[in-house]
Design a protein around this ligand. Structure first.
Ligand SMILES: N[C@@H](CCC[C@H](N)C(=O)O)C(=O)O
Length: 370
């Protein structure tokens, strides 16, 4: 089993006391603080998410500044992404769903193993993250390929918040500030994120998959081959569920309007959905409070990552589910623990469009141990 040690060159510690169960009002004060030691020189940064920009930190001593500049150069050099047991990375987050981004453009093989990725995601022994995302060369006419490893080491097909981070990361690697789109190949097919003038990223997430077998779920279809408002007993309670794949599988639970989504014992019920036998590939589960037909509030238990602050594919899946259940319009605001996403399931092309932010948090170097 690979391990990550606290590196003598650079170590990062991220304090994340913000659980996905935190209520929206408590979350307004969310901040991330970090400390990075560089060969004995220590600088401290107070990283408050909206203000994060590359390398914004107060450095103590000229030597530390020089080393930070050196590190910045190395972290974007593709051939140096993983060598001599070190990994250069850039940390991004989309509404608090946080990822370690790795420049893997020189090879079609991932530069670290899934065990190493899981160790990097550990919030105490690694960098901390909900997943590691790799940007690889494009295939089949795409500009790039994205692959992601969940924090438990499993590999999902797609990640909505992650692909917005990927678009920003690629723009940084290419040194462009242009408003443009990228064709990204994923295990869920071609996905197209577009960098918008206001800094947001709008992603064409493609069409939802509703056929039960393709989600996949063994639940009996209830409506044209899809599982809509089916009954599923979990933890002694009968839940009404709708199953949707956005390339990766989702089980959406629309609650009665009177039920507060923050009153659910997520850590208890989440794993029971994730590993339920009716979901052969495991499942991401979204619990949703319909505040109005244009405003939905959700909490998520992610397959392979547990409770996260946001799930882009989940937000897309729940709007599709809410439309199928006749509870929402096709263009809705989805409020996640980490902030809002605008989701549209467009009638004209049957594609789902997701618009939201993605921001750099910090960059660094981690030691890899096999
Ligand atoms: N957080 C992601 C989804 C990441 C993958 C998921 N855990 C899975 O296993 O399917 C998103 O923003 O979509």
């Amino acid at each position: 089993m690979a391990t990550i040690a606290h590196s003598p060159l650079v170590w990062c510690r991220r304090r994340t006391s913000v659980a996905a169960s935190t209520s929206p009002s408590e979350r307004s004060s969310v901040s991330v603080s970090g400390k990075i030691g560089l060969s004995g020189c220590i600088f401290k940064s107070n990283l408050v998410s909206p203000k994060l920009r590359r390398g914004r930190a107060v450095c103590i001593g000229a030597r530390a500044e020089a080393m930070v500049a050196d590190l910045k150069t190395k972290s974007t050099a593709p051939e140096a992404a993983a060598s001599e047991n070190v990994l250069h990375f850039v940390k991004y987050q989309g509404l608090g769903n946080d990822f370690i981004l790795v420049d893997n453009r020189k090879s079609s093989t991932l530069c670290i193993t899934s065990e190493q990725a899981a160790r990097l995601c550990d919030r105490n022994f690694g960098i901390g993250g909900d997943g590691v995302i790799f940007v690889l060369p494009g295939v089949n006419g795409s500009d790039y390929t994205m692959r992601i490893i969940n924090s438990d080491g499993s590999e999902p097909e797609m990640c909505g918040n992650g692909i917005r981070c990927v678009a920003k990361f690629i723009a940084e690697l290419e040194g462009t500030t242009e408003q443009r789109s990228y064709k990204i190949d994923t295990l869920a097919g071609l996905i197209v994120p577009e960098l918008m003038a206001d800094g947001q990223v709008c992603v064409d997430m493609g069409p939802p998959i509703l056929e039960a077998k393709k989600v996949p779920t063994t639940l009996e279809p209830t409506q044209d081959g899809a599982v809509v408002k089916a009954s599923l007993v979990v933890a002694g309670r009968s839940w009404s569920v709708t199953c949707v794949s956005m390339g990766n599988p989702h089980c959406v639970v629309l609650l009665d309007p009177s039920e507060d989504v923050y009153s659910l014992p997520l850590a208890e019920i989440g794993p029971l959905f994730e590993k339920n036998e009716v979901f052969p590939a495991r499942i991401n589960t979204e619990f949703v409070q319909v505040l109005s037909s244009l405003h939905l509030r959700m909490r998520v238990w992610e397959r392979g990552a547990g409770p996260t602050l946001a799930c882009g594919t989940g937000a897309c899946a729940l709007v599709v589910a809410a439309v199928l259940e006749g509870r929402a319009e096709r263009n809705c605001l989805v409020e996640l623990p980490g902030g809002p996403l605008q989701i549209e399931w467009r009638e004209s092309d049957n594609h789902v469009y997701m618009t939201g932010p993605a921001q750099i948090a910090f960059r660094g170097t981690a030691y890899l141990y096999n």
